[in-house]
Design a protein around this ligand. Structure first.
Ligand code: 5CA
Ligand code: ZN
Length: 407
């Protein structure tokens, strides 16, 4: 699938500003701060959208989290290999298509294109591999074959299930107990009560064709892929095993990331991802912002209102990625004022020196992607006066490279 075009990331090293440290982030699986070091290119997989509605601020906040992580890696002088999927066939998409009378392929294409435009406007770094579920069906079928060889697959009325306990480490991503898993599994697309399953948590790998739904011919019979195996197959094919980070919003910790990790490690005998990084949930008016609740604040709507995408970016960065937070329309007023203050700051002919603010930005990012601390450092610099004629240009570059904000 076509990706979008990434903004250029200036090299601070090339400007004589040195390099940054390896980022340390909170890993959901271990529950501990984890240094994401290494010499080779960092490999990142982030779960992409299910394109049945436009990008809301919660999605944008999640993708910005991994944009910051990549900027920290790039500032170290490390390359990044980034893969993101598009769940372009799944129940919610098909249900929305039926409810609105739009062809599901057309709906997916339209919303994916809008997402690309939103990401471009927000200057979010693009994945090199932007991969749809539909174009990955062969990969899914192959991976199910490997699970069959491992003896971890069984059928219920023609649908194929993954036996989660084939993975001795099942449960290690979320760390949840069986009762919590069973409850949340049912709430998030799972089918714990389906008769014929060996374990309530076993998850669907391949769903046999249902009347009126799209299906593909395969060795597994005519049908379509389950959700978790989609991300396992795409990540393994484009990044390999033992990649650095599996990312997404915290609603994906269980079952999605738990299941993908187990499927991939049973199929390959190797670890799926080294670390699991999750962004908090963004709410609006007291509830999680979600398509089904209809309380979305859309990036495209804010853009259509003439709001500077850099102000939207700053409004999102004002919250730490791990916190759950609520959007209030007043956030945008604060963000516009901040953007104006920063722009006035870099337009001055002489300012306070750049080195301390660059160091503060780097240490804030390296410390679990602490964007609010990074913003505070730039706020302070923009208020301070000084007689350095070169600093404004350097701060402009650092804000671009590390925070992705074009001043
Ligand atoms: N296609 C799947 C992942 S494979 C999916 O969850 N799609 S989604 O469109 O529902 O969400 C896209 C991304 O945004 C996911 O990483 C999800 O965790 C994140 N996300 C969804 N809602 C919110 C929210 N309210 N706040 C923050 N992030 C969110
Ligand atoms: Zn996913």
């Amino acid at each position: 699938m076509r990706s979008w075009s990434s903004p250029l990331v200036p090299s601070l090293a090339a400007e004589g500003l040195g390099t940054g440290p390896a980022p340390v982030v909170h890993d959901t699986a271990s529950g501990a701060p984890t240094p994401l070091g290494g010499e080779a290119d960092a490999r990142l997989y982030v779960c992409g959208i299910t394109p049945y509605d436009a990008t809301h601020l919660g999605h944008a906040a999640t993708y910005l989290t991994f944009d910051l992580l990549q900027r920290a890696w790039l500032d170290q002088g490390r390359g990044v290999s980034y893969t993101q999927n598009v769940t372009d066939v799944d129940d919610p998409l098909l249900e929305r298509a039926t409810a609105t009378g739009i062809d599901w392929v057309e709906l997916a294409e339209r919303e994916t294109q809008l997402f690309r435009e939103d990401m471009t406007a927000l200057r979010v770094l693009a994945p090199q591999n932007y991969i749809g579920a539909v174009e990955s069906i062969d990969l899914v079928v192959d991976l199910v074959g490997r699970l069959e060889k491992a003896g971890a697959v069984y059928a219920v009325d023609g649908d194929l299930y993954f036996e989660v306990h084939a993975d001795p480490r099942f449960g290690s991503v979320s760390g949840w107990d069986a009762g919590t898993m069973a409850r949340v599994f049912g709430e998030r697309g799972g089918d714990p009560d389906r008769p014929g399953k060996r374990d309530p948590l076993d998850c669907l790998l391949w769903q046999a064709e249902r009347p009126g739904e799209p299906a593909w011919d395969s060795r597994l019979g005519r049908g379509r892929p389950g959700w978790h195996i989609e991300c396992a197959a795409i990540a393994l094919a484009h990044l390999g095993t033992d990649f650095d980070v599996q990312g997404g919003g915290s609603d994906l910790v269980f079952p999605h990331h738990e299941m993908s990790a187990s499927e991939a490690s049973v199929a390959t005998g190797e670890r799926f991802a080294r670390s699991y990084v999750h962004a908090g949930m963004v709410g609006f008016e007291g509830e999680k912002m979600s398509k089904s609740k209809g309380n979305l604040v859309l990036v495209s709507a804010l853009r259509a209102d003439g709001l500077d995408p850099m102000a939207i970016r700053l409004a999102l960065l004002a919250h730490h990625y791990r916190s759950d937070w609520e959007w209030f329309d007043t956030e945008i007023i604060t963000a516009k004022a901040r953007l104006a203050a920063w722009r006035a700051g870099v337009d001055r002919t002489s300012t306070a020196p750049a080195a301390p603010v660059v160091a503060a930005l780097r240490s804030a990012l390296a410390d679990d992607l602490d964007a609010p601390a990074a913003l505070a450092a730039v706020d302070a610099w923009a208020e301070e006066s000084g007689d350095d004629p070169a600093a404004a240009g350097q701060v402009r570059l650092a804000v671009d490279a590390l925070l992705g904000v074009a001043l």
